[in-house]
Design a protein around this ligand. Structure first.
Ligand code: GLU
Length: 286
């Protein structure tokens, strides 16, 4: 299997130094192994994705010296794949429609209890109000959730290998942590036809990603991705979660942090080598 990495930005704002680090690292790792670096446009949330940002992504990455095979995978063109995955999970009896809005969930969750986590990597842990509803009752405005209790029993749980410095080692999936610390995640969001978790798992598998290189902020979500891989019979890549690039106050860079946009540094005369230096990557010779 060819060593294959990817960079998977969402076209919802300018790429900043944090993205540059992630893309360059994934690229360097692939080059070092004689492998392939792929690009994927994570535009599943069409309410936020913009063609201008997508164009800017290609331009910025190109300027940084990155090259990738075409055509580029775009999530907005892959709804049929996400639908097929959902169908598989539904046939296994693991999904249900949910009509709760944020206020309903907060009200049902009640007051925080000592030692019981309120939030997990998919947001507020769902209290289970709609859990007994059937897929056949799905209405237009519903989201689709995964019944986590059933899910952890439905498949043999694997562990995954992590090579990033912060979390290096083998990580076994923990059914209790998934049930109480993650809960019934959303598989299909309203007006989206999928969710980040379902899409990323299908995309990594379909692109043949062997090494998923991404920010440490996604480490906690990895147990969700590996669980979905177990359920859907997909391979689990090696994960490499890298440290996040922070501003001078130690805050991680946000999408709206235009001050550190790659395009801005470029307009000010910086070179791609300067960007490598700023994010602490070795300079390229030649
Ligand atoms: N699209 C995600 C982001 O922009 C990255 C997802 C991933 O690498 O798994 O942060």
């Amino acid at each position: 299997m060819t060593f294959t990495t990817r960079f998977a930005p969402s076209p919802t704002g300018p790429l900043h130094l944090g993205h540059a680090y992630s893309a360059l690292l994934a690229h360097d790792m692939a080059v070092a192994e004689g492998g392939t670096f792929l690009l994927r446009i994570e535009d599943i949330d069409q309410s936020r994705a913009r063609a201008e940002w997508e164009a800017q992504i290609y331009e910025d990455l190109h300027w940084l010296g990155l090259r990738w095979p075409k055509p580029v995978m775009r999530q907005s063109e892959r709804l049929h794949r996400y639908r097929a995955a959902l169908k598989q999970l539904t046939a296994m009896g693991l999904t249900y429609p949910c009509r709760c809005n944020r206020a309903d969930i907060e009200a049902a969750a009640g007051a925080p209890q000592e030692g019981v986590p309120q939030f997990g990597p998919d947001g507020r842990i769902y209290p289970g109000t709609c859990r007994s509803r059937l897929p056949s009752e799905t209405a237009d405005r519903d989201v689709i959730r995964l019944n986590m209790q059933k899910a952890v029993r439905a498949a043999g749980l694997r562990s995954f290998a992590e090579t990033g410095p912060e979390f290096q080692g083998a990580h076994a999936l923990d059914p209790d942590a998934l049930i109480s610390g993650v809960g019934d995640i959303i598989l299909v969001r309203r007006n989206m036809g999928s969710s980040y978790h379902l899409s990323v798992v299908m995309d990594d598998a379909d692109q043949g990603i062997t090494h998923a290189v991404r920010g440490a902020d996604l480490f906690e979500a990895t147990q969700i991705h590996v669980l979905l891989q177990c359920l859907l019979g997909l391979p689990t890549p090696v994960y490499h979660h890298h440290h996040l690039i922070r501003d001078e106050n130690g805050k991680r860079l946000a999408k709206r942090d235009d001050a550190r946009a790659i395009a801005k540094y470029r307009a000010e005369g910086a070179t791609p080598q300067d960007i490598r230096e700023m994010v602490g990557l070795p300079l390229l010779s030649g």
